[in-house]
Every structure is written in structure tokens, then in C-alpha cells.
Design a protein around this ligand. Structure first.
Ligand code: NOJ
Length: 525
């Protein structure tokens, strides 16, 4: 386990929308470099940058045309190498985005693979042996290649699936995962990883990490075997490199070698019930919504078994949002976001802040861009200040990659930095708190102290710290007991010192009274 992950707080940057330095209306690598001090000052010490490679951008860069070349719209490879160095000078680690399951249909491997004549790339992708057969229920394209076969898709039409083989084979054209052609795909992936690691990157966020071997078993053991092999390479040659999976199954991902796995917004899972329960019939009962009348047990019943099962293998990563998910500000106000981010920054594992969530940027209802569809509204330009285009770019507003939130009350870093009570300043205090107390970091123990069905507050213990959260708009109370592992003095008082609070929360004797929308951290003396 890379040591730096233990105290890592990530900041996810969608490069299109962070900072444009050459005024072409789209963000660039130099813009990220310019804002590294901002990232550090916010308290983040690691970055995840969405794909910044050469691409036709039919899926915002997740359709990679050349894995080893920075897209000209963002700059050059030299700019990215400089970014690694500048980030390291500030103690910031940088993860790139690795897309192992598919390439762009314009990748040179695929252009070769489509040819009728057999060549070194013929088996780099999943092909049937005839243009008229289906592909076992998977999405596919037929009739477009010179070659007599259909090819499998991994996501959009522009993203043909790379061939890592089939575990349970039913057709002649399906190869076993240990077929030399499938091993060659894995080795090509390792070559890409080595290329960027050798140039100074610190690891990868891995796109659709579970999507490699097709017809895998229910434990994804064949896909897991590939990641274990890759982890062996990292442990041997790049022991400080980290891999974080888009899998959202910590049991499978962390036991396959990933250091951390995202807890993604899957309808009805524990994460979803905290801030994103807005698709449930009967209303939004998110626990962290002040009038949601939520139930912390919906979260714990999902999270606790996952945490207990994997706490010795790696980390579960809580995200404020990502480029695929509607921003939480869509349904939560600033005060609710403060409590939500306070919770995510005091849970175990490695947290990720999505750019702009530190100021509560909105989800905008805007037309699709580059395959974004409903995701586009979470990808708008960062709102730095009150100058032209909110400080994102000097370009003509009509030429921006995506429109800036131009509402009168659109938040900006400039405004919130001046207001000590702002969400931005709360996030800064919270990141500082997490860095200060090792108990709050990735490895600190986690134990539920008080959680009752449909009740507030929620109280948990991290090492020597007790955290009380009452997200509801009503005062809440709880009675603690010695069973909760609290130290109690001779006179029956819990011995606690308050070290952080958002609004009031008191512990008198063993009774906790938490004001509406409050959050507090106590240290056991
Ligand atoms: C997940 C990525 O987060 C998403 O943005 C992308 O469209 C798909 N994978 C396909 O690569």
C-alpha cells in the first residue's frame, strides 16, 4: 500500500472545465498547473484528472485514440510531465485516468484489427468469425469492417471492446483469458501504465475496471486475475503507485489488487441513501437532507459489511460527486452540503472532492456535449471569481466548451474565500482537521456508537475521536453508554473534549444534544 494514500484527499479535475490559459474556451494542462496552489490550499494533496489523451471526444475522452499522447486541446506531453513535477513540488500526487476496457474506434490498433488480412492486432478486440452472427447478448457492430466479423462494444458505439478473453466459452471465436492474444492485450495495458509512471505520474483511476474478461464468473475472478498480475508489476517496479477502481464492489476490487474502490451512486446502495435518494418513489429520503426524514440504517446495512470485509485489503472511496453523477447541490443547500462533506471527510478510506463541490456548484440543465447527455450539467466551467466567464477563460462566452453558470447567485471561490462561514472555508477546515488527526485518515478504525432506525443523530468513533452528525432540521438527542467504548470518569461523565463543530452539539454526562444541522468532533481525554 503506497504510504501517501493514508492521508490522501483527492481532487477530481475534469480538464475541459477547470482553467483555460490559452483562451480557446477549453481548459488545459497549464491551467491545472496554474491552480495547483489552489488545490493545495484547499487541503487536497492528490489529483485525479479525467482522460487527457488524444481522442475524437465522442465520450469526452473515454474514447482514447492514442494512450501515450496528450490531446492537443490540453497541451503537450511535456506540459503533462511538467504538471507531474510541479504537483510533486507541492506534495501533490497525480492519478491519470486509465481506460483498459475499450479504445476509440479510431485507435490505430482498431484500424488494423478491422482489416481482412490477419495481422498483429486482429485479436486485440473481440470479434466473431462471421458478419452475420450476434455476439451473445452483448452490444456489437456488424457490417462495417472489411473483415468478415462483428465486433463487440464496451460502452458507446465508438468504443470497441478490447480482448481479454472469455472465461465461460460457448462459441468457437471466444478465446480463453490465457490465450496469447489476450495476454498480449494485458501486456499492452501494462506498457501504457509504465509509460506514464516512468514520466512521473503516481497511478491511475481505472475506468470500468470490472469490464475486462467477458462471461466472467460471478466473482469476476478472471478479471481479478488480470488486476492481480498488474498489481504484482506495481509492487515490484512502482511500489508507490496507486490504482483506484471504478468497480463499486470493494470485495471484488480490493481483493483483486486495487488500493481503493469508489463507492458509486448506484440506485438504492448505501452511498445513494446519504445524499442522492432522489429517484425513490415517495420522495427523497436522503439521510443528509435536512427534511429527508432519512434512515442511517439504510447506509450502514450496505456499508458496514463492505467495510468490515475489506478494511485490511484497501480503501472504500467516498465521492462528493464525479463527472458522471448529478452534483449534490441539485437537491441540497449549502448548510446540508457542509454536513455531507463533513461526514465524507471523517469516514475511513480515501475521499474524493469533485472540482467545484467545495463551493457548491450547481448542476445545470444544458444540452449534451461530447457524449455527456445527462452528465453534461455536472461538467460546467469552474467558477473562480466574478470576472469574465467566472475567471475560467478569457474567450468569447459563445465559444466556451460548456456554458458557465451565469445566475446572479452562482457561487465563486473569490466570494466564498472572503466569507469565513462559507462552504469553501468549511471544506478547508475539514481537510485541515483530517490531516491533523491520524484517527480520521484512511486507516483509522471505525465503529458505530449510536445509530437507530429513522432517528438522528448518527454517532461514530474513529480511533480516539467521537463524531456526532445531526443533518436534520430538528434538534436531536441520544444517550451514550459505556458499551460504546467511551471512557467514563468516576462521576459518570464521558470524558470528551470538543475539537470541531458546525453549530451546537453538547455532551452532558452520557446524553448528547445535537442542534439542527450540526456536526461535531470530540476527542476522548
Ligand atoms: C465510466 C466513465 O466515468 C464515463 O464517463 C465513461 O463514459 C464510461 N466509463 C465509458 O468509458
Amino acid at each position: 500500500m503506497p504510504n501517501w494514500l493514508k492521508d490522501a484527499i483527492f481532487y477530481e479535475i475534469y480538464p475541459q472545465s477547470f482553467k483555460d490559459t490559452n483562451n480557446d474556451g477549453i481548459g488545459d494542462i497549464n491551467g491545472i498547473i496554474e491552480k495547483l496552489d489552489y488545490v493545495k490550499d484547499l487541503g487536497c494533496n492528490a489529483l485525479w484528472i479525467n482522460p487527457c489523451y488524444d481522442s475524437p471526444f465522442k465520450d469526452a475522452g473515454y474514447d482514447v485514440r492514442d494512450y501515450k499522447k496528450v490531446a492537443p486541446r490540453y497541451g503537450t506531453n511535456e506540459d503533462l510531465y511538467r504538471l507531474f513535477g510541479e504537483a510533486h513540488n507541492r506534495g501533490i500526487h497525480v492519478l491519470l485516468d486509465l481506460v483498459p476496457g475499450h479504445t476509440s474506434e479510431e485507435h490505430e490498433w482498431f484500424l488494423e484489427s478491422k482489416k481482412a488480412q490477419h495481422n498483429a492486432y486482429s485479436d486485440r478486440y473481440v470479434w466473431t468469425n462471421g458478419a452475420f452472427c450476434g455476439i451473445g447478448g452483448h452490444p456489437y457492430i456488424g457490417g462495417e469492417a472489411e473483415r468478415d466479423g462483428c465486433y463487440m462494444l464496451n460502452f458507446f458505439k465508438c468504443q470497441p471492446a478490447l480482448n481479454y478473453g472469455f472465461l465461460n466459452r460457448t462459441e468457437e471465436w471466444q478465446m480463453a483469458p490465457d490465450h496469447p492474444a489476450c495476454i498480449a492485450t494485458r501486456e499492452a495495458l501494462k506498457d501504457i501504465m509504465r509509460f506514464w509512471l516512468d514520466h512521473g505520474c503516481d497511478g491511475f483511476r481505472v475506468d470500468m475496471a470490472d469490464s475486462l474478461v467477458k462471461e466472467d464468473d460471478e466473482n469476476k475472478s478472471a478479471t481479478g486475475k488480470i488486476w492481480k498480475n498488474i498489481r504484482e508489476m506495481l509492487d515490484k517496479d512502482y511500489p508507490e503507485a496507486a490504482i483506484v477502481s471504478e468497480w463499486s464492489n470493494p470485495h471484488q476490487a480490493l481483493k483483486s489488487g486495487f488500493h481503493a474502490d469508489f463507492y458509486l451512486d448506484h440506485h438504492g446502495n448505501g452511498y445513494n441513501t446519504l445524499i442522492r435518494d432522489n429517484e425513490t418513489p415517495g420522495g427523497d429520503h436522503s439521510f443528509l437532507k435536512k427534511d429527508g426524514n432519512g434512515d442511517i440504517m439504510r447506509f450502514l446495512l450496505d456499508y458496514l459489511p463492505k467495510y468490515d470485509d475489506t478494511k485490511n485489503d484497501g480503501y472504500i472511496s467516498f465521492i462528493t460527486c464525479n463527472h458522471d453523477t448529478p452534483r449534490a447541490r441539485r437537491t441540497l443547500g449549502y448548510d446540508e452540503l457542509k454536513i455531507a462533506w463533513a461526514m465524507f471527510l471523517t469516514l475511513p478510506g480515501v475521499p474524493f472532492i469533485y472540482y467545484g463541490d467545495e463551493i457548491g456548484m450547481r448542476y445545470l440543465d444544458i444540452p449534451t456535449k461530447e457524449g455527456g447527455f445527462g452528465r453534461t450539467g455536472s461538467r460546467t466551467p469552474m467558477q473562480w471569481d466574478n470576472s469574465k466567464n467566472k475567471g475560467f477563460s478569457d474567450a468569447n462566452p459563445d465559444t466556451l466548451y460548456l456554458p458557465v453558470d451565469d445566475s446572479d447567485d452562482a457561487p465563486s471561490v473569490e466570494d466564498q474565500a472572503k466569507d469565513s462561514d462559507s462552504l469553501y472555508n468549511e471544506v478547508k477546515r475539514l481537510t485541515a482537521l483530517r490531516h491533523k488527526y491520524i484517527d480520521l485518515q484512511a486507516d483509522g478504525s471505525f465503529k458505530v456508537v449510536y445509530a437507530e432506525k429513522e432517528q438522528f443523530p448518527f454517532i461514530y468513533r474513529r480511533g480516539n475521536l467521537i463524531i456526532v452528525i445531526n443533518p436534520s432540521d430538528k434538534k436531536a438527542s441520544a444517550t451514550l453508554s459505556e458499551d460504546n467504548c467511551l471512557k467514563v470518569s468516576d462521576n459518570g461523565q464521558a470524558e470528551l473534549k470538543s475539537i470541531y463543530s458546525i453549530r451546537g452539539c453538547e455532551i452532558n454526562g452520557m446524553s448528547v444534544i445535537a442542534d439542527a444541522q450540526s456536526f461535531a468532533v470530540f476527542e476522548l481525554c
